[in-house]
Design a binder for this molecule. Structure first.
Ligand code: HEC
Length: 109
């Protein structure tokens, strides 16, 4: 009986942990408003100097934002915006932008 209770607790804890870590589309959408000025509405930039974020891989976006925040990627503009982002913000924003229709990757041959 004790074992079953332990398993149930573990399942509860793990599902809760997943919920907080995985990016939230809705939260990302709200947080993305500040990004739209340059990266366009829904991450579809109309200006060449600003990369299109829509449809980019989630892991790539997380990686890029972490690098701007830590300074490994040295860009004056993005450093300023990434500096204020928490890990959860980065997860949410990356989830949101990765789910927009944007980049198309040709199928591998
Ligand atoms: C003032 C304009 C501006 C704003 C606002 C802005 N960015 Fe950027 N962003 C840029 C520029 C310019 C680059 C290209 C920088 C470089 O060359 O590394 C960039 C690059 C990026 C990249 C890397 C894209 C790639 O393909 O490697 C990501 C991810 C990104 N921005 C996310 C965001 C997010 C998320 C926000 C909102 C929190 C945001 N940006 C707000 C101008 C902006």
């Amino acid at each position: 009986m004790i074992k079953i209770t332990n398993v149930l607790i573990m399942i509860f804890v793990f599902s809760f942990a997943n919920q907080t870590n995985a990016g939230s589309y809705q939260a990302g959408k709200e947080k993305s408003q500040v990004c739209a000025a340059c990266h366009g509405v829904d991450g579809i930039s109309q200006i060449k100097m600003y990369p299109i974020l829509a449809g980019q891989h989630k892991n790539y976006l997380i990686h890029a934002l972490n690098e701007y925040r830590s300074g490994i990627r040295d860009n004056v503009v993005m450093k300023g915006f990434a500096a204020g982002l928490s890990d959860q913000d980065i997860e949410d924003l990356s989830q949101y932008f990765s789910m927009q229709k944007g980049l198309k990757i040709p199928p591998l041959k």
